[in-house]
Ligand binder design. Structure first.
Ligand code: AMP
Ligand code: ZN
Length: 111
């Protein structure tokens, strides 16, 4: 989609620190990390959010990418996956993404 920053990252039109990539998804480090490890997993196709008709095959690829990020980043102690959905959740980039957060004790709080 034109003017979507994550579509441009998926197409390698703007730079990112790529952690994992396959045909369907790409994972890259967040520009403004909220934890020692903060990586975003996105589908290469444009979907606004997790409830925007994302095909099961793409969701499976996202889950696989999350496990690859955890392995590559050494998050064997645990990590958190968040997908902000819509304005009320604070979604700022309207291209479906999962935050993978870890590398520290995240505690029991929600975020
Ligand atoms: P959300 O608030 O859930 O929509 O999260 C969007 C995330 O994208 C934020 O954590 C931003 O720091 C991150 N972000 C925005 N632009 C970029 C970029 N060019 N490269 C990496 N991360 C980005
Ligand atoms: Zn997009």
């Amino acid at each position: 989609m034109e003017d979507c920053i994550f579509c441009k990252i998926a197409a390698h039109e703007i730079p990112s620190t790529v952690v994992y990539e396959d045909d369907l998804v790409i994972a890259f480090d967040d520009l403004n990390p909220q934890a020692p490890v903060h990586t975003l997993v996105i589908p290469k196709g444009h979907y606004a959010d997790i409830v925007d008709g994302v095909p099961g095959e793409v969701l499976a690829a996202m889950a696989h990418a999350v496990s690859e990020v955890a392995r590559i980043k050494g998050l064997s102690d645990g990590f958190r996956v968040i997908s902000n959905t819509g304005a009320a959740a604070g979604q700022t980039v309207m291209h479906f993404h999962m935050h993978v957060l870890g590398g520290t004790d995240l505690g029991e709080n929600l975020l």
